[in-house]
Design a protein around this ligand. Structure first.
Ligand code: ADP
Ligand code: MG
Length: 675
């Protein structure tokens, strides 16, 4: 179904399209940013109030002043007092309007100046004593170059008059949530009655706003639900074995699964046995133990005779997974393959790819999705740290097989309301319990002029048998500079700590060299590991109990949380030292405060969301959020939940209204989701 296109000439249509306005529905739903009150007159003497006001004045005289710069100044008055109207840029037409004796309505903000009250660049209208005042508040629309809000207002008005504004919500839903009618709400928001509380309206607190936001949230949730149902229509291999391989793995683990892990394993196992593709996100804070859950899922797929691809965002992390999975599974007879983008020679690569075709479990980086890698029987795809991949990469891996099941993992916890939108077409499992025996990490904030104390602290901890990470600043502008800094830091620490073994790992190292250094650190042959953020995700060395982060003020919250999660994995008390250099900007100061005060990844994510807003929070357009213009996921959480509860009722009970609703709100926008 295609919406009614806006009737306009080519030039205007192009401008409107820049605002995303293509159909009449788009125009109707293009709601004002704010309002101006031209429904009442304010006496000049009471006009100095910090708010824009409408005055009715008579021009006394008008002149062009040349100093301090050329400007048009009119002196005007009403019964209560005098005011100057000042125009820094002006047209002859304005000059003509401002002739002595002219009666004008002027709209703008009044300010006090040395010479008394004045209004700069007021909007002027020539009137007679009979000219009526506006009956409703004046809408101010978001607009674009070459298109005034007033021109848009006329188009919107025409659309309001030319459409039936049928209500797409059944009466049952409207009364359940006490939602006013659509037409009434929409007309009100475009033209609120005189006397309406403008501030509340601009905060989008009004039953009419509630109605529109509910509709928007409902359209979004319906659309995501449809994507979810469409996925269910696709077939996928039924992965059901006798569970022997998973049992064998559990038997050799040195630990027992936590309750949360057991629940996750059971949920995933049930999904894999379905004839449609699983699309599940496993969320768990850093260190929650997601890897073993994924390994058990892999066992189920392999036992059923299918291949598993396990993809991680960095070489180091993929390598770690490979080592860990190999140590668990090779003794059980599983054939593993390793595939990475930087395997040295072509021949070696080819060999690996051949192996991949035969292997049961293929671990690697995004090399897994590159052309030339064919999987004979890919049944399950596991994506670690999924937020680090774009949608395209995820889709590419899915297209490698015939609709393999997908398990995505993320340690960046997403607040529930956001998850509902970002992942409404995913099922989400949360690991809400950390394995026992973790020691809380002590976080300290230290100004960088006290760096020697930190060096001494590291030395003391190493004497006690611990190991330390020392993370170098992120330098976004220059990778070369970042490398230089890491090398300098390493040299400096080597000089400061002559008895300690200091190693360096960074992104430019050849994979072999990288693995060698990581291997030495893991084996306890290095005391201090200087690193760039390559160690950000996933690295697991339980004996490391100190994490020093230099220039912590340059890191994002989730990065700091991830880095801090590298320690506190063993039995020893751990610390995270955040070295910072002042003066701190406001955002940096808040970030450090949050990371200092909170250890719970979900709380940190919530605060991060508040600091940054949902758009930046996850970045990629991998979600239903672009479908929301008016709903605020945090503030309107209750409405989003309510809308979600109505989705099935709408889709199955009111198919015609559903179609009309989706058409009205999403139109061609819905395609965004599918791309
Ligand atoms: P993440 O969720 O951050 O990926 P990992 O899977 O790397 O966490 O697990 C972190 C550490 O905890 C690993 O050393 C892992 O072997 C260990 N671990 C996982 N589950 C348990 C458990 N139930 N009991 C004890 N240790 C566990
Ligand atoms: Mg992990």
């Amino acid at each position: 179904m295609i919406g009614r296109p806006i009737k306009a000439g080519d030039a205007l249509r192009k401008k409107l399209a820049r605002l995303g306005l293509v159909t009449e529905d788009d125009l109707l739903l293009h709601l004002p940013l704010r309002y101006e009150d031209e429904t009442r007159l304010t006496p000049v003497a009471r006009s100095f109030c910090g708010e824009p006001v409408l005055l009715e004045v008579e021009v006394r005289h008008c002149e062009i002043q040349m100093a301090p710069r050329r400007q048009l100044v009119a002196h005007a008055f009403d019964a209560s007092g005098d005011i100057s109207l000042r125009f820094l840029n002006f047209y002859p037409s304005q000059q003509a309007l401002l002739t002595p004796g002219a009666r004008l309505r002027v709209f703008g903000e009044v300010r006090g100046s040395f010479w008394g009250l004045e209004m700069v660049h007021p909007r002027c209208q020539s009137v007679t004593a009979e000219t009526p005042l506006a009956q409703t508040l004046t809408p101010v629309y978001p607009t674009t170059a070459g298109l005034t809000s007033g021109a848009l207002a006329k188009l919107v008005q025409r659309a309001l008059e030319g459409n039936d504004l049928a209500d797409t919500l059944p009466e049952s839903i409207r009364s359940r949530y006490q939602l006013p009618g659509f037409a009434r709400s929409l007309r009100f928001l475009h033209h609120p009655a005189a006397g309406t509380d403008i501030a509340a309206l601009q905060e989008r607190h009004h039953p009419a706003w509630r109605r529109l936001k509910f509709d928007e949230a409902l359209a979004q949730q319906m659309s995501l639900r449809r994507a979810f149902l469409a996925r269910r229509q696709q077939g996928a291999p039924v992965l059901q074995g006798d569970g022997a391989l998973a049992q064998a793995l559990l038997a050799v683990l040195p630990f027992a699964l936590t309750g949360a892990q057991q629940r996750a394993v059971a949920e995933i196992a049930a999904d894999l046995a379905q004839p449609y593709p699983m699309q599940r996100l496993l969320q768990g804070d850093v260190g929650a133990g997601k890897t073993i859950v994924a390994a058990l899922a892999a066992c189920q797929a392999m036992a059923a005779g299918w291949q598993v691809a396990f993809m991680a965002p960095t070489e180091i992390l993929a390598e770690q997974h490979y080592q860990k999975l190999a140590s668990w599974l090779v003794p059980l007879g599983v054939r593993l393959a390793w595939l990475s983008g930087s395997l040295s020679s072509k021949a070696k690569r080819a060999q690996q790819e051949a192996a991949a075709a035969d292997a049961q479990l293929i671990v690697g980086t995004h090399a897994l999705i590159q052309a030339g890698v064919d999987y004979a029987r890919l049944g399950l795809v596991i994506i670690d740290e999924q937020h680090r991949f774009g949608v395209a990469q995820r889709l590419a891996l899915r297209s490698k097989g015939n609709n393999p099941h997908q398990l995505m993992m993320s340690a960046t916890p997403i607040p529930r309301t956001l998850a509902m939108s970002y992942y409404a077409d995913l099922d989400v499992t949360v690991l809400d319990e950390l394995p026992p025996g973790r020691t809380p990490v002590k976080t300290r904030l230290v100004a960088d002029n006290r760096r020697p104390d930190v060096v001494a602290f590291v030395e003391k901890m190493v004497t006690e048998g611990r190991q330390a990470y020392w993370v170098c600043p992120l330098i976004e502008e220059s990778e070369a500079l970042q490398l230089q800094t890491a090398e300098d830091t390493c040299a400096q620490l080597t000089a400061d700590l002559p008895h300690l073994r200091v190693g360096l790992v960074h992104g430019r190292l050849k994979p072999d060299a990288k693995q060698a250094v990581m291997g030495e650190f893991a084996a306890g042959e290095l005391d201090v590991l200087v690193a760039t953020t390559v160690i950000e995700v996933g690295v697991d060395v339980p004996n490391a109990s100190v994490m020093v982060i230099e220039h912590a003020e340059r890191f994002g919250l989730s990065q700091l949380h991830q880095l801090r999660g590298r320690v506190g994995r063993g039995a020893h008390e751990s610390s995270c030292v955040l070295l910072y250099a002042g003066p701190l900007g406001e955002i940096a100061r808040q970030r450090l405060k949050i990371i200092f005060e909170h250890t719970d990844g979900f709380e940190i994510a919530r605060q991060d969301l508040r600091l940054r807003g949902p758009g930046e929070f996850i970045g990629a357009r991998q979600s239903g959020v672009p479908l929301l213009r008016y709903v605020d996921l945090e503030a309107d959480a209750e409405l989003v939940e309510a809308a979600r509860d109505c989705v099935d009722e709408m889709l199955s009970g009111h198919p015609a209204a559903s179609a009309a609703h989706l058409q009205r709100w999403l139109g061609q926008r819905e395609e965004l989701l599918k791309s």
